[in-house]
Design a protein around this ligand. Structure first.
Ligand code: TMP
Ligand code: MG
Length: 289
C-alpha cells in the first residue's frame, strides 16, 4: 500500500494490522489525526557520518556555556546512565529511579553553571544538532493540513524550541511539552520549571496536559513516533482514541532490543536516519502520494 514500508530498515510484527490501521485512519480523514512525537533521537538524528549526534542536554553539555570541569562530570553521568537507559536486561521499574537520578544530577550541574538565556541560540547554532532527513516535509506538511504535532520530550524545551526555530519549522501547529528552564530577572538559569519529565514518566506528563488533549478530542486517530519504550505512553492522555499507529526508531543495541520493539511498536525502523516512512504515511493520510 505504501512503498516505503518495504524499505530494508522497516520491520513489522503484523503488517496486516498496520495496513488495517492505515486504512481506517485514511478513511476517517486528516482532520481526525493528531501526531505525538518524542524529540531526541526521534525527530533528531542518532548519528551522522558515523558520529553520534547530540541530545538537547548534550547540546548544552558540549557548548561554551559549560566549564571544562562540569563537562567532565556530565560526561561521567552520560557514561554511567546511558548504558542503563538502553539495557534490555533491566526492567523499566528497575531503571526508573536511576533515570530520575540522572536527570536530577544533570539538572543540578546545569543550574550551577549560571547559563544565560541570551546565549542559548548561539549554543544551538554552534552545535552538531541535526533533525532527521526529510524533516522539512514532515513539519511543513502537518502544518499545511493543520494537523497538530505534540513534541513530548524529556529533553530541554528551551533548547528544542531553538533547534526547530533555527530550522524554520516551529509552525503554529506545534506544541511542546518538555522540561523548561527557569531564568531569574537577570536572565540567568536558576532552576527547571514544573514537574520533571524523564524518559519513563511521560504517561504522568501526558495526564497533566488534559486541556491540550481535551481541545483535540475530535482527533481520534494518533500517529506516535518514539525511540524508547518510555515513549509508548505519550498518548495516554488522548481522549476517545480510535486508532493509534506507533512508529519506533531502533537506533542502538539493535539485536538485543529488536524483539521488545517489535512487540510494542507497530513499525520498527532499524538504524534509519530519515523521516521517509513517517512522511510517506503522512502523505498517504493527507491524500496524496
Ligand atoms: P527523550 O528522547 O525520551 O525525550 O529523552 C531524552 C534523552 O536525553 C534520553 O535519551 C537521555 C538523554 N539525556 C542526555 O543525553 N543527557 C542528560 O543529561 C539527560 C538527563 C538525558
Ligand atoms: Mg528520544
Amino acid at each position: 500500500m505504501i512503498a516505503e514500508l518495504s524499505n530494508p530498515s522497516v520491520f513489522m510484527r503484523d503488517p496486516q494490522r498496520v495496513e488495517d490501521i492505515l486504512k481506517a485512519m485514511q478513511k476517517a480523514g486528516s482532520n481526525t489525526i493528531q501526531v505525538i512525537s518524542d524529540f531526541d533521537m526521534t525527530l533528531t538524528r542518532f548519528a551522522y557520518n558515523g558520529k553520534r549526534c547530540p541530545t538537547c542536554h548534550n547540546i548544552l553539555d558540549n557548548s561554551k556555556l559549560i566549564s571544562e570541569e562540569c563537562k567532565l562530570k556530565l560526561q561521567e553521568l552520560l557514561d554511567t546512565y546511558y548504558p542503563i537507559e538502553i539495557d534490555s536486561s533491566r526492567s523499566i521499574e528497575e531503571k526508573l529511579p536511576l533515570m530520575v537520578e540522572w536527570w536530577t544530577r544533570a539538572h543540578e550541574l546545569l543550574v550551577q553553571q549560571k547559563i544565560k538565556k541570551d546565549m542559548m541560540a548561539t549554543a544551538v547554532r554552534e552545535s552538531d544538532a541535526m533533525l532527521r532527513e526529510g524533516y522539512q516535509l514532515f513539519f511543513d506538511r502537518l502544518n499545511e493540513h493543520s494537523i497538530p504535532l505534540l513534541i513530548f520530550s524529556a529533553g530541554i524545551g528551551d533548547v528544542l524550541e531553538e533547534v526547530i526555530r533555527q530550522e524554520k519549522v516551529f509552525h503554529p501547529n506545534v506544541k511542546v511539552v518538555s522540561n523548561y528552564m527557569d531564568f531569574d530577572e537577570t536572565g540567568v538559569l536558576r532552576a527547571f520549571k514544573g514537574e520533571l519529565i524523564h524518559i519513563y514518566n511521560k504517561r504522568e506528563g501526558a495526564l497533566l496536559n488534559t486541556d491540550h488533549f481535551q481541545a483535540l478530542r475530535a482527533r481520534h486517530n494518533v500517529l506516535l513516533l518514539g525511540d524508547s519504550l518510555g515513549d509508548l505512553t505519550m498518548a495516554d492522555g488522548v481522549q476517545d482514541m480510535e486508532n493509534i499507529l506507533k512508529i519506533g526508531f531502533l537506533n542502538d543495541k539493535v539485536e538485543e532490543r529488536k524483539q521488545s520493539y517489535l512487540n510494542s511498536y507497530d513499525i520498527v525502523l532499524v538504524k534509519d536516519e530519515t523521516l521517509d516512512v513517517a512522511n510517506s504515511i503522512v502523505l498517504h493520510l493527507t491524500g496524496s502520494k
